[in-house]
Design a protein around this ligand. Structure first.
Ligand code: ADP
Length: 184
């Protein structure tokens, strides 16, 4: 059973790796970014609220995100565990998540931290060209990552596995699997 959080700056490939890990271990996978993009496409109440925020590369308010994640975790209790991708991104989100884990009796949380240099990240994001991948928005998201999300990684420093996010996608997956197996 794996209870995983995956962290990494925009463009590091955490979405791709999270998907592979979830398939490989049969985990419940929640990407808060994907969840928001779907809501925006479907023009739901949440989507209408989040659209402008996401397009500017800002963070959706903590209370909204905490509500989404809590509901999803309560609804999707699995025997194999879960992987959260894109949450928590702020210290208040991390504190709220600790409370949720406590209520659901989830322990043995492991954190995967994918790293890469900023130049490489900007190059990849400009190539990807998602709606929120413009030069100004990318810079803003990278700054938010440094200011708001890096402190969250410190919060989990005792249970974090670092993985180099530069290289072939398959090699990075293998490296992650190897590191996870070692924790068993
Ligand atoms: P990336 O990490 O590549 O920027 P994501 O798909 O994880 O992409 O997130 C896209 C956007 O969705 C973020 O820039 C932010 O606006 C919003 N978002 C996702 N997760 C959260 C969260 N936990 N808290 C606040 N906003 C979030």
């Amino acid at each position: 059973m794996y209870n995983l959080l995956i962290f990494g700056p925009p463009g590091v490939g955490k979405g791709t790796q999270a998907k592979t890990i979830a398939e490989n271990f049969g985990l419940f996978h929640l990407s808060t970014g994907e969840y928001l993009r779907k809501a925006i496409d479907e023009e739901t109440e949440l989507g209408k609220k989040a659209k402008e925020i996401v397009e500017r590369g800002c963070l959706v308010p903590d209370d909204i995100m905490i509500g989404i994640v809590k509901e999803a975790l309560v609804k999707n209790i699995t025997k194999n565990g879960f992987i959260l991708d894109g949450f928590p991104r702020t210290i208040p989100q991390a504190k709220a998540l600790a409370k949720i884990f406590n209520e659901l009796k989830y322990d043995n949380i492991l954190v995967l931290h994918l790293t890469a240099h900023e130049n490489e990240l900007v190059r990849r994001l400009l190539n990807r060209g998602r709606g929120d991948d413009t030069e100004d928005t990318i810079k803003h998201r990278l700054r938010i990552y440094e200011d708001s999300t890096k402190p969250v990684i410190d919060f989990y420093k005792d249970c974090t596995l670092e993985v180099d996010g530069i290289g072939e996608i398959d090699d990075i997956s293998k490296e992650i699997f190897k590191k996870l197996k070692k924790t068993e």
